[in-house]
Write a protein that binds this ligand. Structure first.
Ligand SMILES: [Zn+2]
Length: 369
């Protein structure tokens, strides 16, 4: 494969890129995606090394991958063979792109992960006219609560925990959610003592180096400077006296969150506020289902209050259907969706348009419009 266009720097989208570039592939994406990819790959490499699971690429491939990026601005055409391509903002996280591809036969829009609502940091995705829409379907069949109300509920819960003398531990993904949480807390409750730990601090520095991708980047910078960044062991101990700790990992599978949880679990006034999806088998899911999770290899009971908030950066079912309709394609190809989600979307979108739900290794032949 000569070229690969990367939509954004979440690891489920760029994880195999160093393997591709090892085979001579050029990577295309936004500047910010390229910058954050380095942190994501390095972390993946580190974790695979510690946990002893094999990767399809090594450190040298990773370094070569960093040299394989060709960055592109939004809304600027570039050629890939006889295709003309351009990137559009996808919402989701800063720097995330949808890819518009004009081939001699058809115009294709590949959404990557999208959000059609503004989030604190990323401006929303706008529909693009196309013949074939390749649409993510993570939230097919599900509807988000009102975003502003959910943010309010989150802040109210934090204040409640703090006012009873507790600390709110907020596990959050490094790239997107953590920074959203900082923005929300800085805006709504600037009197709080908020500490920020984990890989997100490095990701945020990359964000601030590419302010053109951030919605009101000054507010992000202010929120980042307002938070107390944890950089070492003594900072981590100090953070135990904070009002709020925002840290990775978002699903309690590792990272500083577990170190904190192991200490915070002894005081019932503390609480855990989950801010994202907890995958099957993740620490966060086990905690929700059984009140216990593995901490440093040991099954540990955590008798703290746990609350869940839907601060997702994906479009939900009604928004995906509207987006598809507004792009006015002849064909929709669903990806990034489990079976239930894909079927729910196919049922609605299929009223207007031909819908395809391919499996891995399927070839789609789409002819005639
Ligand atoms: Zn993503």
């Amino acid at each position: 494969m000569k070229h690969a266009i990367m939509t954004h720097a979440h690891i489920d989208h760029i994880g195999m890129a160093p393997w591709l570039t090892n085979h001579g592939t050029t990577l295309h994406g936004t500047d910010l995606t390229a910058a954050v990819s380095e942190i994501m790959w390095a972390d993946t490499y580190k974790v695979s090394d510690i946990e002893g699971y094999p990767l399809a690429w090594d450190k040298r491939d990773m370094e070569a991958a960093l040299d394989s990026w060709v960055p592109h601005q939004f809304n600027t055409w570039f050629n890939v063979g006889d295709w003309k391509c351009r990137l559009h903002p996808a919402g989701h996280i800063p720097g995330a792109a949808m890819i518009e591809i004009r081939t001699p036969e058809a115009t294709i829009l590949w959404t990557g992960d999208i959000d059609t609502r503004d989030s604190p940091n990323a401006p929303k995705a706008i529909p693009v006219d196309c013949d074939i829409l390749c649409l993510e379907g993570t939230y097919g069949g599900r509807t988000h609560p009102n975003r502003a109300e959910e943010e309010e509920r989150f802040v109210a819960r934090v204040l409640e925990v703090v006012s009873r003398g507790g600390l709110a531990l907020v596990p959050a993904f490094a790239s997107g959610r953590g920074q959203d949480i900082l923005r929300i807390l800085h805006r709504e409750a600037p009197g709080l003592d908020v500490h920020y730990d984990g890989m997100g601090t490095r990701v945020t520095r990359e964000w601030l180096g590419c302010p053109e991708f951030i919605q009101d980047s000054r507010a992000m910078e202010a929120a980042y400077r307002w938070s107390r960044r944890v950089t070492g062991k003594s900072d981590r101990k100090k953070a135990l006296g904070a009002d709020v700790i925002v840290t990775t990992s978002g699903m309690l599978d590792g990272g500083p969150a577990l170190w904190y949880l192991n200490r915070l679990r002894h005081d019932g006034s503390n609480a855990i506020l989950l801010t994202g999806y907890q995958a099957e088998g993740s620490g966060g899911r086990r905690l929700l289902e059984r009140g216990a999770l593995p901490i440093f290899g040991k099954q540990t009971r955590v008798p703290l209050e746990i609350d869940k908030f839907d601060l997702s950066n994906h479009a939900d079912h009604p928004s995906l259907c509207k987006f598809a309709s507004d792009c006015a394609p002849s064909h929709v190809v669903l990806f990034h969706a489990d079976e239930t989600a894909a079927n729910a979307l196919a049922e609605d979108i299929g009223q207007e348009t031909k819908v395809h739900i391919p499996s891995n290794d399927d070839t789609l032949d789409i002819v005639g419009f």
